[in-house]
Design a binder for this molecule. Structure first.
Ligand SMILES: [Zn+2]
Ligand SMILES: [Zn+2]
Ligand SMILES: [Zn+2]
Length: 327
């Protein structure tokens, strides 16, 4: 049987181990840092938050049996039991399952008990944890730094508002590490945002910079390079990389797919002026250098012209071919 005290201890242990893994992971590699710990940090911390939530639920009921009923998955089926005298009663098939409830189960119960959590932030955290499962260890160091910064408000709000505890007392040394990291991370992020604001990245791509992460460590903490305007350098690991592939990914998602079998052109093309693959056909312009198509329709037959027709001096390829023949 689960007791609220046991849940609390498990939650605190999980968070403590997670923060220890985190500290080991983000130590510079030469000073006994171990990037492989980033994933176990994310797993421990996420599990710790769920345990904290379950502890919060357990506190809401007086009867110890109700704790189990709340935290384990209930039987799925309810079937009729005839009493042999024309009456019928409904009973669940089987017992409460061995598995405890997941995020969706916690959310449903929290709604019933009026316990408030920012579920959008929780979803983002879960996505970040899942993302870490697929990252190379060297890339995960920057990503775990973002994870710990993002989990901070969730843990803080829950401990203060729902458990009505002081986070420093309740979480012990883990809290101090979390707090300092959050402050450091926020300050660094602010500097990065300011650096991008001051930097003349073309307006057409500015909004994509937010989502660009360091190719090496996955960190959000990247700043523009002074002399190479299509590159970033990473504050967390020093990596220098190109902005273009990640901007292109986002643009491609926005513009959607195409079917070459239907004779469709890809929505993006290499720009004839700056060579970057950021020329958006539907806009007839390059997002990077703002180069625009000069000729939009054929001067003879009015057919819409594409990027590839531009060298025909305002004619479509068919009219250009016919004109050539007439000469
Ligand atoms: Zn990096
Ligand atoms: Zn261009
Ligand atoms: Zn034409």
């Amino acid at each position: 049987m689960l007791s609220s005290e046991k849940l609390k201890q498990n939650a605190l242990t999980s968070i403590r181990l997670g923060m220890e893994d985190f500290q080991r992971a983000v130590n510079p590699v030469k000073a006994d840092g171990d990037p492989e710990r980033a994933l176990s940090a994310a797993r421990n911390l996420f599990a710790g938050i769920l345990l904290l939530f379950k502890y919060g639920l357990a506190l809401r009921v007086k009867n110890p049996e109700d704790v189990d009923a709340l935290l384990f998955n209930p039987p799925k089926q309810i079937v009729p039991h005839p009493d042999g005298a024309g009456g019928v009663s409904w009973r669940p098939v089987g017992r409460f399952a061995k598995q405890t409830i997941d995020v969706a189960g916690i959310k449903l119960r929290f709604e019933a008990f009026g316990i408030i959590v920012d579920w959008d932030a929780m979803q983002q955290l879960q996505d970040e944890r899942n993302n870490l499962e697929h990252l190379h260890p060297t890339k995960s160091v920057g990503a775990i730094a973002g994870f710990v910064a993002d989990m901070f408000p969730i843990v803080q709000n829950f401990v203060v508002d729902e458990l009505e505890e002081g986070p420093a007392d309740f979480l012990g040394p883990s809290w101090k590490v979390m707090l300092e990291h959050r402050a450091f991370f926020e300050a660094s992020l602010k500097q990065c945002v300011e650096a991008w604001c001051a930097n003349p990245v073309p307006d057409g791509v500015k909004k994509y910079i937010d989502a660009v992460r360091c190719d090496e460590c996955g960190s959000q903490l990247i700043v523009p390079r002074e002399d190479e305007d299509d590159q970033y350098s990473c504050v967390a690991c020093g990596e220098v990389g190109s902005l273009i592939p990640q901007i292109l990914d986002q643009l491609e998602r926005e513009e959607g797919g195409f079917d070459p079998r239907d004779g469709e052109d890809p929505p993006l093309a290499d720009c004839p002026s700056c060579d970057k693959p950021l020329f958006v056909r539907s806009e007839g312009a390059c997002r990077w250098c703002e180069h625009e198509m000069e000729h939009w329709e054929c001067e003879i037959c009015s057919q819409a012209l594409t990027l590839e027709d531009q060298h025909n001096e305002g004619l479509c390829s068919y009219c250009e071919y016919k004109m050539g023949k007439d000469d």
